[in-house]
Write a protein that binds this ligand. Structure first.
Ligand SMILES: [Ca+2]
Ligand SMILES: [Ca+2]
Length: 305
């Protein structure tokens, strides 16, 4: 299993040093090696960002509309809560740090700012937090900038540690929503010698407001009597997009047949949807060569691509 979903995360990318090194952050000062680094530990006991003898400064700008928040909802000025943890490093933990967060309009212009200015850290962890409210309409971007520096002026990372940055907008977090239609397919009766049935098309839609990632396969003890003859063109759907899967019933032995089309997705409320596929197989002789077109027994060779 691989992690594919971004839902449920902080709006910040790599806020707690658990991502790929400095991924998600634009580095303005303190290039790695003599500047920013990542170490074990942190307020979460996992990993933290550390700073060095020159100022280490970084930023990221969150595009709220691109993340799925509706402009009308943002214009109602939902509360924006920001928080980050800071700690100094021995031997002198009175290091330097700051946090600046700007609420920006569609033109990337700041209209509300929280700025700690440079402050001194201490030995233990210190949480800085702020809540923006009643700031009026127009919020589209949140700009986050923070940094740190040591007090020792030593090579190595003896400056402030930063960890667990958090930025939350008080709106329902945009989520994907998986819709599979129809809910079930009955292929009816098919002769074992008649080849596959006409294809039935299953529509996989994203009716949510964030990207949906999904996968499909056939399952069940008798799944070999069914076949996906045309798979989805994509495994990632933008909001409002659909993908199509065509399935046929192509039994080899008589009897009642049942299998499932499994649709796995990152919709947190419908991670797995199983669509029943049913059919009844009756024994019929295979058409002989020379009496009409020969139907190859392979269910794949007859597939329209
Ligand atoms: Ca961390
Ligand atoms: Ca220090």
């Amino acid at each position: 299993m691989t992690a594919t979903a971004s839902w449920g995360e902080s709006l910040l990318v790599n806020p707690s040093a658990d991502g790929a090194f400095l991924s998600g952050w634009t580095i303005h000062a303190g290039a790695p090696s003599s500047g920013w680094d990542v170490r074990a530990g942190g307020i979460d006991g996992c990993r933290r960002f550390v700073t060095s003898y020159e100022w280490c400064i970084r930023s990221q700008e969150i595009d709220l509309v691109a993340r799925g928040f509706a402009p009308e909802a943002l214009d109602a000025a939902p509360a924006v809560a920001v928080s980050e943890w800071f700690a100094g490093a021995d031997p002198d933990p009175n290091d330097y740090a700051y946090l600046k967060v700007e609420l920006r309009d569609a033109g990337h212009v700041a209209f509300a700012t929280f700025d700690t200015g440079v402050f001194r850290t201490r030995g233990g962890w210190l949480q800085i937090s702020h809540r923006f409210t009643d700031y009026g309409p127009g919020l589209r971007y949140i700009y986050w900038e923070d940094g740190g520096k040591d007090t020792e002026e030593w090579a190595g990372q003896f400056g402030a540690s930063l960890d667990a940055a958090s930025c939350d907008v008080d709106l329902p977090f945009p989520q994907p929503h998986l819709l599979v239609s129809p809910p079930a397919i009955d292929f009816g009766t098919q002769g074992t010698g008649d080849g596959p049935t006409p294809a039935e098309v299953i529509v996989i839609s994203n009716t949510g407001v964030a990207d949906l990632v999904f996968n499909v396969c056939l399952s069940g003890a008798l799944f070999a009597d069914f076949a996906i003859v045309s798979g989805p063109a994509t495994r990632r759907l933008s909001p409002g997009q659909s993908a199509f899967v065509a399935v046929v019933f192509d039994p080899t032995l008589d009897g009642e047949k049942l299998a499932w089309l499994r649709v796995w997705s990152d919709d947190p409320e419908a991670t797995l949807v199983e669509l029943p596929l049913a059919g009844t197989a009756v024994e019929t002789p295979a058409p002989t060569a020379g009496r009409g077109a020969h139907r190859a027994p392979s269910r794949f060779s007859t597939s329209p691509r």
